[in-house]
Structures are given as C-alpha cells and as structure tokens.
Design a protein around this ligand. Structure first.
Ligand code: OOG
Ligand code: NI
Length: 458
C-alpha cells in the first residue's frame, strides 16, 4: 500500500481531520463539553457582533472561519516508550515537541511538553496542540507501589496495531495518502478514547490514588484518555461568568495574567472534572474523576525580559490573592500587574514582547528609505508591527488547571525535580525552545522589511 508523492496529503490536513474527530469523540463522551462549546460560540458571536473592528482583524489575520476549532487538548502517559511512540504519532500530523514544563513545583509528579505545529502556515491552518505529560514513577517513595505501577504499565499497549503500522508507513514514504490518512485518524483516535473499565482492582486503584490522584489516572486505564479539550474564546471573563447558569462548575479563578487592553501570554479556565462511573476488576463499581473542559484566550508572546517581569508580578500577586474570591482576586491581581506596560508601542520599544514587522502600503511605495530604525519607520507609517501570538503554555497556570481538576490533597512533595534531559531522553529528541521560535519569526520579519526597503538585512 505504497503512496506516490503526488498522493500524499499534508500533515496539516491530517492534524485538522484528527482534531475534528477528537472533538466529536469528546463531545459524545462528555456531553457537558458540548455545552461549553455552545456557550463559547454564543459569547464569540456576541463579541463579534458588537465589535466590527475586531471581526475585521480576525477575518484578515486570524482565520475567523477557524475560530471554532479547538486550540488544545491534554493527555498523560506512563512510560518513556509510550512517550517515544506518541512523538512519532504526532509527527505524522506535523506536531513536534516544544517547551519543557516541570510540574513537580506544583506537587504534581509529571513533566510535560506540548506537541504542536511550528511554522506560521501550519499554525494558521490548524493550531491544535496536545499538552503531554509523562508520569515520573521515580518520584514515588514507596518501592512496592512504584514497582506495582511500573508492572501494570508494562502490560499495556496504548496503540492499535493499525496505528503502529501507519506511523511506520508514514515514516517510510514521508507521509500518507488520503485513504491512509483517514485510517490513521481513526486508529490514532483509539489511543485517546475513554475506557469505563479500569485494568486493575479497586484496591490497587485506591493505593495508587492515595499516593497521588494523578498516578491512579495514568496507571489504571488502558490508555491515556484525552482529559480535556480547549476552544478559543474572545472573552474568557464572560464565559467564566456564564458557566454556572449553563450548568457548569467553573474553577475559582482564571489562570494567567489579568484582563488587559493588550492581552499577553495565555489566560485559561475550566469547568471542573466530572465524577464518572468506573468498573474495576471483579466487576466492582467505583468512580474516577479526570475529564473536564477548558477555554483559553491568547495574547502576545513575551521575550525573556517580558517573561521575567510576568513571572515576578505573578508570584507577587499570588501572595496577595491567595484565598480571595473571584471579584477581589481580579482587582488585586490587576493592581499587581499595573507595572506591566499595557500598550503595544511600549511593549515593543521596551523589548518585552515579540512582533511581526511588515511594510504598509505606503512602505511598499517608498524606495531608498534608510531602514536602520524600524521604530522611526513605524512612526512614519511605512512599517506596521503586529503582536505575535503566544502558542505555548504556562507552568503555573497548568498546575492550577491540574489542581482544580484533581482536587486538593493527595499531593506528596515532589518539588525541585525539573529534569529536562530525562524528558528528552524519553522522547528520543530534544524539545524545541519556544522563545527561539518567536525570536526567529520576529527577526525574519524585520530582515524582510529591511531587504524590501533596499537597506541592509542585518
Ligand atoms: C494538563 C493540564 C495543563 C493547560 O492548558 O495548561 C493544561 C492536564 O491536566 O493533564 O492543559
Ligand atoms: Ni489545557
């Protein structure tokens, strides 16, 4: 079943089909997620109807027609070999590991990366990414429990034979044809499906659960069920506010930066995970709480300096907002972030955020212009700069999402265990540095502007 080069469908197309199939599966599995999608769509429509300038900007730059596609999902796997195979599976869809996230700081015994499209065209086609966590059994102190967990994980194969074959075929012929892609999507989907039957008895589940709820979630099932999907909202505060009336139980606060005129990084919130009936070995019935729905709103990517400022203000604001209710939390957090410039020109001039530079119409008509000082050209209306959207995740926010869905307690202290090399060894490749991607995109756009104006391209 070899495909010729002309039959190969693009990896972006496969990712697009996969994300749609995943969404349909998750809506069928978790009806409340469908309710969330409806709410997000309703609020997005209202915002667009009331803000024609925003609607136009989205139409021109941001794929208004793709507003409704999911932005990300998340899974958790149990072993290095599972992660290594997942890397190959995601590569079929043009998704590559970007970033390293240490969650031990937050008391969660995992570290993570995000499989995501990397280049502009791929992101524009469909930005779907999967936040993928690897369980760190080595952090479990209890040796018997650790070995039991490892033995259970060694028994399972989270991939169908068909998925394995198609991954190998895609690697051999550098892509898949239409029929193979179709088959791949349906085989790959099996890995992410929910299983009502646990692979262990209730006692084992409870022992693992007592060490950490997340360990039970990863170890006791046939596969790494998708634990949430996340659409994009144009007004996260409004969706959060309306969740209860739509029957959803939102987490207490929105993760990330406060609401601002110039959105930065990423804001996220979720409805809390549902308690679901689970059948354990011996037909004993119990429950498991894992699956939820999330929403996100993205802003501009920050430079290392901008990120350092964000991290500093976030930790200062966390000290002051601990335990505050939603409204107060919002007010105190906004105060704490007052120091962060909130207009594009300052963010740009102070080197706090990344921008993409382009010639304006006047710029295209101009010739022989000195292009050394891009800011001067922006002032003269010859060049424009657009914020580059942040495409990655935030460890403190991720921890907040984990925690609200895992419940309090059960968290032994795992902190101070970042180990990027171990994650990369498990993946079989280094993770791409996200900051380098944004910096390169900004640099390339500046060079293109300078070249077009006939100046030097340094
Ligand atoms: C992942 C939580 C992190 C996000 O959006 O930050 C995450 C998980 O619960 O497995 O998805
Ligand atoms: Ni998420």
């Amino acid at each position: 079943m070899n495909a010729t080069a002309t039959d190969i469908v693009s990896r972006d197309e496969i990712r697009d089909r996969f994300s749609r199939a995943m969404s349909a599966m998750y809506q069928a599995e978790v009806p409340q997620y469908g309710t969330l999608l409806t709410l997000v769509d309703e609020v997005n429509r209202e915002i667009l109807a009331g803000d024609t300038a925003l609607a136009e900007r989205l139409r021109d730059h941001d794929g208004l027609d793709r507003l409704g596609v999911e932005r990300h999902g998340a899974i958790r796997v149990g072993s290095a070999s599972e992660l290594a195979m997942l890397r190959r599976l995601f590569a079929v869809m043009g998704m590559y590991p970007v970033g390293y996230y240490d969650l031990t700081e937050a008391g969660v015994p995992v570290h993570s990366t995000a499989f995501r499209p990397i280049d502009d065209a791929a992101l524009a086609r469909n930005p779907f990414r999967v936040f993928t966590s690897l369980l760190r059994l080595e952090l479990i102190d209890d040796e018997t429990l650790r070995e039991r967990a490892a033995a259970i994980l060694a028994e399972r194969d989270i991939f169908t034979p068909g998925a394995r074959e198609l991954i190998e075929l895609s690697e051999r012929q550098d892509g898949l044809d239409d029929a193979q892609a179709e088959q791949f999507v349906s085989e790959a989907l099996e890995t992410f499906r929910w299983h009502r039957y646990a692979t262990v008895d209730l006692e084992t589940y409870e022992a693992l659960h007592a060490e950490h709820r997340l360990i039970a979630d990863v170890v006791c099932f046939r596969g790494p069920h998708i634990n949430h999907l996340t659409p994009r909202t144009l007004d996260i505060d409004e969706v959060q506010r309306r969740m209860p009336a739509a029957g959803m139980n939102p987490k207490a606060v929105i993760e990330g930066p406060p609401r601002r005129d110039c959105p930065i990084l990423l804001r996220q919130t979720s409805f809390k995970a549902l308690e679901e009936t689970t059948l354990f070995a011996g037909e004993r019935q119990g429950t498991h709480t894992a699956r939820f729905g999330e929403i996100e709103q993205r802003g501009v990517a920050l430079t290392a300096e901008g990120r350092a400022l964000y991290d500093r203000l976030l930790s200062a604001s966390r000290e002051r907002t601990a335990g505050l209710a939603h409204e107060q939390h919002r007010r105190v957090q906004a105060e704490a972030f007052a120091e962060f410039p909130d207009d594009e020109a300052t963010l740009r001039r102070d080197g706090l955020a990344f921008f993409e530079y382009r010639l304006t119409e006047a710029g295209r008509a101009a010739a022989g212009v000195d292009a050394t000082d891009l800011e001067a050209l922006i002032e003269r209306g010859l060049v424009s700069a657009r914020p580059i959207t942040y495409e990655d995740f935030l460890p403190v926010s991720a921890a907040g999402i984990f925690q609200s869905n895992l419940g309090e307690g059960g968290g032994a202290a795992y902190a101070g265990n970042a180990n990027r090399e171990a994650l990369e060894a498990a993946l079989g490749v280094p993770v791409t540095d996200e900051l380098a991607l944004y910096a390169e995109r900004q640099r390339a756009s500046q060079a293109a502007v300078r070249e077009a104006l006939g100046g030097d391209t340094a």
